[in-house]
Design a protein around this ligand. Structure first.
Ligand SMILES: [Zn+2]
Ligand SMILES: [Zn+2]
Length: 346
């Protein structure tokens, strides 16, 4: 096999570098995909910057970064029956063991032995990537090819939005990074009534409008709680979709959640934080749920249907397309927040 280029984390410090290594060979239950496109996730930025989370979570270097994939299958392991050369695939990035209690009971996405692409094993910021056949998702032909790369984060949004009632509900999305923006777009087509969005970056607030938010609010410029209460007859929103990981945003969102409302959390705070459990959850009779990954694979089926129907428009959310060699430019842009989703092409 010839050599290939990859963006790898080689040292336990900030940054990454382009390395040249042998193109991997797929095992009996794996496929080899030529990477047509990939995209930058918040996780990749954490690993790139080597923050506290990355330092404690990453066990082995060098590590090829990246997990969001649009690939074309070029080689198939001998046990693989359902995939063939030429298939365009996306990939579920949670690699489940298939044998534990959670895998056996329909929760493979939180498998006790789960591993993650580009975190625990080599990822897809490369010319080629090995993908376990069970994790490959063949792209519906009606969907634009490079959308395969954003199906994984889009699946996070779909999973969060559909984790409870949404139709006819007033919704607050806190944090308008790519998954927040996708959550707005998905809530819109699922029949949410009023959609509020909060975000400190004005560029992203504009994107939130384009994605379908009715009222966008910048907490640096105005008070969020009275604005949302004013617009919901003092009741508050039925649903909060937390995408920011910001402690102030998280607490304020509890203040505007109506009694009996749903609060679904995908955002991850940097460190442990305090909330008023009695007032915000118990007396409020709130349903609070953590969201991790995507249901394997019902979320993938739903995400495919949303995209192939043509009703879900990702174009306002994909703001930049760079070559993979320009990954540093993409990381800088992600850090500044002046972007939606960034696609990279090897
Ligand atoms: Zn991701
Ligand atoms: Zn398992």
């Amino acid at each position: 096999m010839p050599k290939m280029k990859a963006v790898a984390k080689t040292k336990p410090a900030s940054g990454a570098e382009i390395i040249e290594i042998n193109t991997p060979t797929p095992g009996p239950d794996e496929v080899l995909a030529k990477v047509l496109a990939t995209s930058i996730c918040g996780t990749d930025l954490h690993i790139f910057e080597w923050n506290e989370w990355a330092q404690s979570r990453i066990k082995q270097l060098p590590l090829i970064m990246g997990h969001e994939l649009c690939g074309e299958i070029v080689d198939v392991g001998k046990n693989v029956k359902n995939l063939k050369k030429g298939d365009i695939i996306s990939a579920e990035t949670h690699i489940a063991c298939g044998h534990c209690y959670l895998c056996h009971t329909g929760s493979a996405h939180i498998c006790i032995h789960g591993r993650i692409f580009g975190v625990d094993i080599n990822g897809v910021f490369a010319d080629y990537a090995v993908v376990p056949a069970n994790n490959a998702w063949v792209l519906d032909k009606k969907i634009p090819k490079d959308y395969a790369s954003v199906m994984e984060p889009l699946g996070n949004a779909v999973h969060t939005v559909l984790a409870g009632e949404i139709t006819g509900n007033n919704v607050l999305v806190t944090g308008c990074g790519p998954i927040g923006l996708m959550s707005i777009a998905v809530s819109r087509i699922c029949g949410a009534t009023q959609i509020f969005a909060t975000e400190v970056n004005d560029f992203r607030l504009q994107l939130a409008k384009k994605a379908g938010a009715d009222l966008v609010l910048n907490p640096k410029k105005e008070k969020i709680v009275p604005r949302i209460l004013d617009n919901t007859d003092g009741l508050g929103v039925d649903v909060v979709l937390e995408m920011s990981g910001n402690p102030t945003a998280i607490r304020e969102a509890f203040q505007v959640l109506r009694p009996g409302g749903r609060y679904s959390i995908l955002g991850i705070p940097d460190k442990p934080m305090e909330i008023d459990l009695g007032n915000d959850i118990v007396f409020k009779y709130a349903t609070v749920q953590g969201i991790n990954g995507r249901l394997m694979f019902s979320t993938w089926h739903k995400t495919t249907r949303f995209l192939s129907s043509g009703r879900l428009n990702l174009e306002p959310i994909i703001t930049h397309r760079f070559s993979l060699d320009e990954y540093e430019k993409g990381m800088e842009l992600m850090k500044s927040g002046d972007c939606g989703k960034i696609l990279l092409y090897p």
